[in-house]
Design a protein around this ligand. Structure first.
Ligand SMILES: Nc1ncnc2c1ncn2[C@@H]1O[C@H](COP(=O)(O)OP(=O)(O)OP(=O)(O)O)[C@@H](O)[C@H]1O
Ligand SMILES: [Mg+2]
Length: 394
């Protein structure tokens, strides 16, 4: 499953942005406040809308008037194009689009469409096409692969005009494209790791996936140790290679029912508890846990992975992100670090800037000067520092 394109209108600082041909890893750079976190939040917004409804998703962000681009009065629009498999011949390009507006001061779904074309010439099938809580949905999903068959549709309604049809119609559980899109959005994950949250011991409990800020790190370590020992051992090996002195990490139960992480330094007999090991040690361990998750998130967004890490580790870390993407998880990263950028291809770099308060996104590989300089052997991070990325250094 891979997102190929994203178009957003009137969502916070995005009056209109378009990203096409998204690679498996994309890296977003730009000054503070240019919209990197906003971009990740487009997916967070959809997830909240799917979990609850559009009204709740807006409320969490201050309400419709706070979310719509300042000075605009129309509708918020999000369009995502994706393929189920990263294979152009066998997987049709599916488009999901959502338009939200105010109706009597209440946010409603003005239009929600899920469609795709069968073959190069076929008419697109609208698997669902909804306006304000009612519309048409296809009933013969099972025959969509049969190129001769015609779509059959019926009228459907959801309980209220702020509920997504994608959520409200149980029948889409059975339909592959809609179902995998739901899963992509539901299991979207943002990692914004905070060392201070991950250090303290944890109440005993159970966690398979590292949380956004990383406060359940000890529980995930214990889960991996108990259930995926070979992967856990691989993580330890990588820790030992990358962080001088760390030879082992254990998650142990304490008498008062807590889980404690202990880091063993080969030079000393007694291990250090997480509270007393270095920031970079904790952060590297957290990323290794996140990126070795046996069930990768289909879309993982990572905020500034460079914080607290020694620059010589960035190459290895970027390789980990690439491996993760190869296993089927698409990755989006925001960074302020030229050293991280040195490990990224030009075609993977998106530059954000602002013009009169509005975000502009440019692709580094569309700048001929940058393409030439990279061909001559320059590194992206070095060119960024020299001020050669368009928009970023106007
Ligand atoms: N409704 C809106 N209309 C226009 N601009 C908005 C709206 N809501 C928020 N903004 C602006 O969008 C910007 C959001 O920035 P965001 O947090 O995405 O930046 P960032 O690139 O992640 O920055 P940093 O590097 O500091 O993390 C802020 O400058 C904010 O003022
Ligand atoms: Mg940010």
């Amino acid at each position: 499953m891979k997102i190929e394109a994203l178009r957003v209108k009137n969502f916070k600082a995005f009056k209109e942005i378009k990203l096409t041909n998204l690679p498996a890893i994309s890296v977003f750079i730009g000054a503070n406040g240019t919209g990197k976190t906003t971009l990740f939040d487009v997916f967070g917004f959809l997830r909240d809308a799917l979990q609850d409804n559009v009204r709740v998703a807006l409320q969490k962000r201050g309400g419709f008037k706070e979310v719509i681009t300042r000075g605009e009065t129309g509708a918020i629009e999000i369009e995502i194009k994706f393929r189920e498999y990263d294979d152009r011949t066998h997987s049709p390009l599916v488009t999901y689009s959502l338009i939200i507006e105010l109706d009597n001061n209440q946010p409603v779904v003005k239009r929600e469409v899920l469609k795709y074309r069968r073959g190069a010439k076929g008419q697109p099938w609208h698997f669902l096409d909804f306006k304000k809580g009612s519309g048409m949905a296809i009933t013969n999903e099972s025959s969509y692969e049969d190129k001769e068959s015609k779509e059959t549709k019926e009228e459907q309604t959801v309980d209220s005009p702020d509920i997504l049809a994608l959520k409200g119609l149980g029948q889409f559980q059975r339909f592959k494209a809609a179902n995998s899109f739901r899963k992509l959005i539901e299991s979207w994950h943002v990692s914004d790791f905070h060392i201070g949250d991950a250090r303290p011991s944890q109440e005993t409990g159970y966690a398979e996936h590292l949380s956004t800020r990383g406060e359940n790190m000890a529980l995930v370590a214990q889960f991996m140790y108990e259930n995926h020992r070979p992967i856990f051992n691989e993580i330890l090996e990588k820790m030992a290679q990358r962080v001088p002195g760390v030879s082992n990490v254990e998650a142990t139960d304490t008498e008062d029912g807590r889980i404690l992480l202990r880091f063993q330094d080969g030079s000393f007999k007694d291990p250090f508890i997480a509270r007393y090991v270095s920031d970079g040690t904790i952060k590297m361990f957290a990323y290794l846990l996140l990126l070795h998750d046996p069930n990768p998130h289909p879309l993982l967004c990572v905020e500034e992975p460079e914080n607290q890490l020694y620059p010589s580790l960035f190459g290895g870390l970027v390789e980990e992100f690439r491996d993760y993407a190869d296993k089927g998880g698409q990755v989006m990263i925001s960074t302020h670090s030229p050293d991280v950028l040195n490990h990224i291809k030009l075609s993977e770099i998106f530059c954000l800037s602002k013009k009169q308060g509005i975000t502009v996104i440019e692709r580094a590989s569309e700048n001929p000067l940058l393409v030439d300089l990279i061909k001559e052997g320059d590194l992206p991070g070095a060119l960024w520092k020299q001020g050669l990325f368009t928009g970023i250094n106007p």
